[in-house]
Design a protein around this ligand. Structure first.
Ligand code: ZN
Length: 206
């Protein structure tokens, strides 16, 4: 799982501050085999970078960095309509690509879930202007989207079990760690149940 860092760039040519009502999520690869999400964020405020090109989110094997608020326009698609309607997600080419993919799949599913969107809302840079981007994912696009679909249905099934949306991430974590058994999300815990959960966590940390 990734940590989500909000580190917005100041307003300027890359972030005009124009409001965005997103209608889709556009997937990119950075085109740079060595840069991390923080490197991508750093490049946006590097004085040598005078281009207006920008994006909302960069993601690598460890972190998600949100560089522009998701309700403001970024210049990532090489296409006016794309920029005016879509959230741009840059997937890093550095690090363990399996982990990067795993994080990207989780992030995209979460972005869809939070907006009540389906898979049809995910698109590619290529679709906007023909660029071969996301270059590492395009050759395996269906496989990638199949995994997003699986993750998205997992989120919906947890919600259907009665878990509040704000608690889904923690609930999943608890199940994975074996701290909870994944049933009765709304029940109160007794003192013995509470202690057992703490004990299981201690055992897990050994
Ligand atoms: Zn791109």
């Amino acid at each position: 799982m990734y940590s989500y860092i909000v580190d917005h760039i100041p307003k300027g040519n890359k972030r005009l501050g124009t409001k965005l009502q997103p209608e889709s999520i556009t997937i990119h690869n950075t085109g740079n085999p060595t840069s991390t999400a923080r490197n991508e964020r750093g490049w946006l405020t590097n004085p040598y970078n005078t281009s207006s090109t920008s994006f909302h989110i960069a993601i690598d094997e460890k972190e998600v960095v949100e560089c522009i608020p998701l309700d403001e326009i970024a210049h990532h698609s090489g296409n006016k309509q794309g920029n005016l309607t879509s959230i741009g997600v840059e997937i890093c080419e550095s690090g363990n690509q399996e982990k990067v993919w795993d994080n990207a799949i989780k992030l995209i599913a979460k972005l869809l879930f939070d907006r009540g969107w389906g898979l049809d809302k995910v698109t590619t840079h290529k679709k906007w202007n023909g660029k071969n981007c996301p270059r590492l994912i395009l050759p395996r696009w269906n496989k990638f989207m199949g995994k997003v679909e699986k993750e998205l249905s997992k989120l919906y099934s947890i919600k259907n079990q009665g878990v509040s949306e704000w608690a889904i991430e923690a609930w999943e974590w608890g199940k994975q760690k074996g701290v909870i058994d994944g049933t009765r999300p709304k029940d109160a815990a007794t003192r013995e149940e509470m202690t057992t959960m703490l004990y299981r966590m201690k055992e897990e940390d050994k």
